[in-house]
Design a binder for this molecule. Structure first.
Ligand code: M6R
Length: 612
């Protein structure tokens, strides 16, 4: 969940590291730090809070002339796991001799044992972190060869790590390694970089090597030497990123979240591009790499994921059952991995993840594979651990999602789940006519999203009234139930408003006790076979003084129940989940903005959850 950037070359390292940290800040923003190799020692700066604080510290302590001389360094932005977000706990961490320095993303699970052993040998720890146990262990293993020391230390480590290590006695190299936490090497002309994700590399190079679990690489300006933990050479391919800098910048928007919300007509189009067969009424999903026989034998689908990806999976459940007639269940990935799930070879597990790094989702895939089940990934980040572990699946092609609150990934995920359902449905129970109709509707998704985005100003007005309340409810039925959950999640994570998402029928079974006059209740009252029931549930809330914000379908009869209205374009309930989610994203965004919140980097959160 932390961000790592490293540079070795001939250019001044400091601005490159700082620039990289700014790009990686969304991965964690409790504290930041950097280490620069001097001719005979390592210089470090660390500070609490955002990268901006570190920038100021470096500016005050390091003259531009001095910065120009230092061309090797590593840096880190932290999401605290062990120890509070203090300067002492910020990375980099030294070894005992202070000649080795480490930045780390992940968790060293056996750090207490290592710490105790080192303390018994006289080590006095400067921080509460697990990382310091590793940096000191590397120092203990050091006999004049940094790579060997890192390998020896890592062989004693349990847990997850992406690390970059510098040694004052070997200034011509940096050693990096990964297991469970991502690390990608960027290859430039006479320089190399390493980062937790490619967003920190795009400004410098398009040529990258994705490290795999167990890889340890020695990086020099002209060479990348990759070994395994037995110190045997490993070959890894060089890939082209195919990303431009614009994809990781705000592009004139006030926040990444708003930019990403407005990108959705395009990102949904990208998710669908080349994948809809409008003549046959089916989907072409070559990444699934599944034979018709394999698809035909699927008796049950199990979707695993966390957070927003879990909500997308819940929409998928309705699609797979309604469209394809395949029994589907959705499980929180952390639950799936530990509950001894009952799955067999006729099941299909779909793991959904924007980042492709979420520790629980990755572990769920491994569990499913152990059980001999077919596993498919539905991932945004190409080259990510989940994409590679799944081996087959579908990328959503949403581009880098920088805002911690996930938006365009959700709509991309749902769009692809609809395509999967269409493909499976076409070979099962869907009539020719229904297949063609659904294919055409899915194909119209970009314009359906545009329709909602045009109401941005009106939604901002609705948000003005909503922003005054510290509580909110989101209600939906059928496929709109997960959209209600997602709407509540968006609001709570970026505006800190206490928001609850419920099945509309569930309110009267308890939660309605929480309603007081004026509390906003967002009701997903789109065109559907259960619309009358939804209105009855809204009525029950209205009778308790709630303020009803209704998300309705254009052309439906007007009702005087709603205090505010957001309008969706006419479409089927399944397809409407996407424009409805966009409406709720905008609502959450404007509420958070009016409440003066840190929208792209909400408190306590980080973008990729690489810990359990
Ligand atoms: O990268 P993933 O999709 O696996 O991430 C899962 C969740 O951590 C993520 O969706 C999280 O809930 C977001 N903050 C939601 O906006």
């Amino acid at each position: 969940m932390c961000g790592i950037i490293g540079y070795i070359g001939t250019r001044p390292a400091t601005p490159i590291l700082i620039g990289g940290l700014k790009r990686l800040e969304y991965r964690g923003y409790d504290s930041a730090g950097l280490a620069l190799l001097e001719p005979k020692s390592i210089l470090t700066y660390r500070s609490v809070g955002k990268v901006a604080h570190l920038v100021e510290k470096v500016r005050l302590n390091l003259t531009p002339e001095r910065q120009n001389e230092l061309t090797v360094g590593i840096a880190h932005t932290r999401w605290a796991t062990h120890g509070a977000p203090t300067e002492a706990n910020a990375h980099p961490h030294y070894d005992k001799s202070r000649r080795i320095c480490v930045v780390h993303n992940g968790i060293i699970e056996n750090y207490r044992t290592i710490r105790e052993k080192l303390q018994a040998k006289g080590h006095k720890f400067d921080s509460d972190t697990d990382t310091e146990a590793l940096s000191r262990l590397i120092g203990e293993c050091y006999r004049g060869d940094l790579r060997k020391a890192v390998i020896n230390a890592l062989r004693q480590i349990e847990g997850a790590y992406g690390i970059a290590v510098l040694c004052a006695d070997e200034p011509d190299k940096m050693v990096v390694a990964r297991k469970g936490s991502p690390l990608v090497i960027g290859i430039g002309e006479g320089e190399c970089l390493v980062a937790s994700d490619p967003s920190a590399l795009v400004a410098h190079t398009q040529r990258v090597i994705y490290l795999d679990d167990g890889d340890v690489a020695v990086i020099t300006p002209d060479l990348v030497d990759i070994r395994n933990l037995d110190d045997e050479p490993i070959e890894r391919n060089v890939s082209e990123l195919g990303l431009d800098v614009g994809a990781v910048e705000k592009g004139g928007y006030e926040h990444f979240m708003l930019k990403e919300i407005f990108e959705q007509p395009e990102t949904v189009r990208n998710a669908l591009r080349g994948r809809i067969d409008l003549k046959e009424g089916t989907a072409i999903l070559s990444g699934m790499n599944a034979t018709p026989a394999e698809l035909a034998e699927i008796a049950r689908i199990i979707v695993v994921g966390c957070g927003t990806s879990l909500h997308a999976g819940m929409v998928g459940e309705f699609a797979f059952e309604d469209v394809a007639g395949i029994s589907t269940e959705v499980q929180q990935a952390a639950e799936f991995r530990y509950r001894n799930p009952i799955v067999d070879r006729n099941d299909m597990v779909i793991a959904i993840s924007q980042s492709g790094e979420t520790a629980d989702t990755l572990a769920a895939i491994r569990k499913a594979k152990e059980k001999g089940t077919k596993v498919f990934g539905l991932v945004n980040v190409v080259g990510s651990a989940i994409a590679r572990e799944a081996g087959r699946g579908v990328f959503i092609h949403a581009g880098p999602e920088i805002s911690v609150a996930s938006t365009k990934a959700f709509t991309g995920q749902v769009a692809v789940l609809l395509l999967m359902a269409l493909k499976l449905g076409r070979t099962r129970r869907l009539s020719n006519e229904d297949s063609l109709k659904l294919a055409q509707e899915i194909n119209r998704l970009p314009e359906l999203v545009e329709y909602v985005l045009k109401q941005n100003d009106a939604i901002a007005k609705v948000a003005e009234r909503m922003a005054q309340s510290d509580h909110a409810f989101f209600l939906g039925r059928g496929p709109m139930h997960p959209v209600a959950l997602e709407g509540a999640l968006k609001l709570k994570e970026i505006s800190y408003v206490h928001a609850e998402g419920y099945h509309a029928a569930e309110m009267k079974h308890g939660p309605i006790a929480l309603l007081t006059p004026g509390v906003p209740v967002v009701v997903l009252a789109n065109h559907s076979p259960v619309l009358d029931k939804v209105w009855s549930n809204a009525e029950e809330c209205k009778a308790r003084g709630a303020r009803i914000i209704a998300v309705v379908t254009e052309g439906e009869p007007k009702t005087d129940l709603a205090d505010d209205t957001i309008v969706l374009p006419p479409c089927s309930p399944l397809v409407a989940t996407i424009p409805a989610a966009v409406a709720l994203q905008l609502l959450a965004y404007h509420v958070a903005r009016l409440r003066g919140c840190s929208i792209d980097q909400p408190r306590n959160l980080a973008k990729s959850v690489t810990v359990e």
